[in-house]
Design a protein around this ligand. Structure first.
Ligand code: MG
Length: 384
């Protein structure tokens, strides 16, 4: 069993303008920001990870600034110089710090990437080896696309048409109160058979149950996280009233959350975002539960740059990930991204895992520097 020691960690705070501003129930964001982790092993091999944190608290509580604080003062010092006998050891060393899952996930992802590169294998194959029992990566992931809240149903229909033409065969629409039942009705009138799902990002309460029940007539794949971002109990009460399967996202932050949600029938489908649960070691544990219990599973995204996107794709290619994932082609969000090659969608709504070792994509130094400069240019507005 090889052992490795982390000798150095460099952090890069970056920002990239989105191709089009993204509107969800949280608000509108023009720029993607992230903390990228560049981690070096004793043998000189370098791995990359992305802390999927935001400029302002939104989907999660963590921000760029909390991530930098936790990494520099508490998390990196726990890893550097420690002998690791498995990439899973990193999560164990970070476990003593509670919460800060998105931040820990970026650091841990860099360990997984470096480990795979040191062994000369794809990250997806390293993940497959570390599943119990071991499995084999498919080498590609089924993917869909997420569409933000638009000014009108007509505008939404136009974007759906464009995405279907691009090859995506699963459409997810962000919804919020006042932008839900009639939107679904308009989409179903035009597209009665497409794979369609809705994501509420916790915009409703249990008092909306009768209204949400109206969505049952639209043959949706699922409704994602309709109620509170930490809630499991009320989702069970809602699921008892709905035919549409509830998919949990925000509320499942650990394997024990998943056990509780399954026991209560609060969650018939899981959207697993590796950053939300603290990284890939925790994700593998959750993956094993889903396979064992027959829970449909897909991998969600946090609009990651190519660094985080590549790691998510490596995980999404595992065979127990049974539903299309929110991993879009690069040009959906960034032009250009900071890595090469870009991710492109195949005609069958899949994305292929790149051949290279580790995450299989390379950070481009000139684009990294440009993204660091863009971050520095927007910081005054962020801090204002
Ligand atoms: Mg979601």
């Amino acid at each position: 069993m090889p052992t490795h020691t982390i000798t150095h960690v460099a952090l890069h705070t970056v920002a990239l303008p989105y191709v089009e501003p993204l509107k969800t129930s949280f608000g509108v964001e023009a720029d993607k920001a992230a903390v990228l982790v560049e981690l070096t092993l004793e043998n000189g091999v370098t791995g990359w990870g992305e802390c999927a944190v935001e400029i302002r608290p939104g989907y999660g509580a963590e921000t760029i600034f909390t991530a930098l604080h936790m990494l520099n003062n508490f998390l990196i010092p726990r890893l550097v110089g420690q002998p690791l006998s498995s990439p899973k050891d990193a999560a164990a060393l970070l476990h003593g710090v509670r919460e800060h899952h998105h931040t820990k996930s970026g650091l841990e992802a860099a360990v997984w990437d470096a480990w795979a590169k040191a062994e000369g294998k794809r990250l997806t194959d390293l993940f497959a080896e570390h599943v119990t029992p071991p499995t084999t990566s498919r080498g590609y992931a089924h993917v869909g696309v997420s569409i933000g809240i638009q000014p009108s149903a007509e505008a939404t229909l136009a974007i759906i048409r464009k995405r279907l033409e691009q090859g995506y065969n699963r459409i997810k629409l962000k919804i919020a109160p006042g932008w839900d039942v009639e939107l679904a009705r308009a989409v179903r009138a035009k597209y009665p058979d497409i794979n369609l799902m809705l994501d509420a990002n916790s915009a409703y309460t249990l008092a909306d149950a009768a209204h949400l029940k109206k969505l049952d007539e639209f043959n949706l794949m699922m409704i994602e996280q309709p109620l509170g971002y930490n809630d499991i109990y009320e989702h069970a009460a809602l699921q008892a009233q709905l035919q549409t399967p509830i998919c949990l996202d925000e509320s499942v932050k650990s394997v024990s959350d998943l056990h509780l949600a399954l026991e209560l029938d609060a969650c018939r489908i899981l959207n697993l975002k590796p950053p939300r649960v603290g990284g890939f070691t925790a994700s593998l544990a959750i993956y094993e539960v889903c396979v064992r219990e027959g829970v449909p599973l897909w991998i969600g995204g946090l609009l990651e740059t190519g660094v985080g996107r590549a790691a998510n794709l490596a995980f999404a290619a595992l065979p127990g990930v049974t539903l299309p994932c929110d991993i879009s082609a690069t040009d959906r969000y960034f032009a250009p991204d900071i890595v090469d090659p870009p991710f492109t969608i195949n005609a069958d709504s899949t994305i292929t895992v790149p051949d290279g070792s580790g995450i299989g994509v390379e950070v481009q130094p000139d684009r990294l520097e440009a993204a660091r400069a863009h971050w520095r240019s927007i910081v005054p507005y962020v801090e204002a």
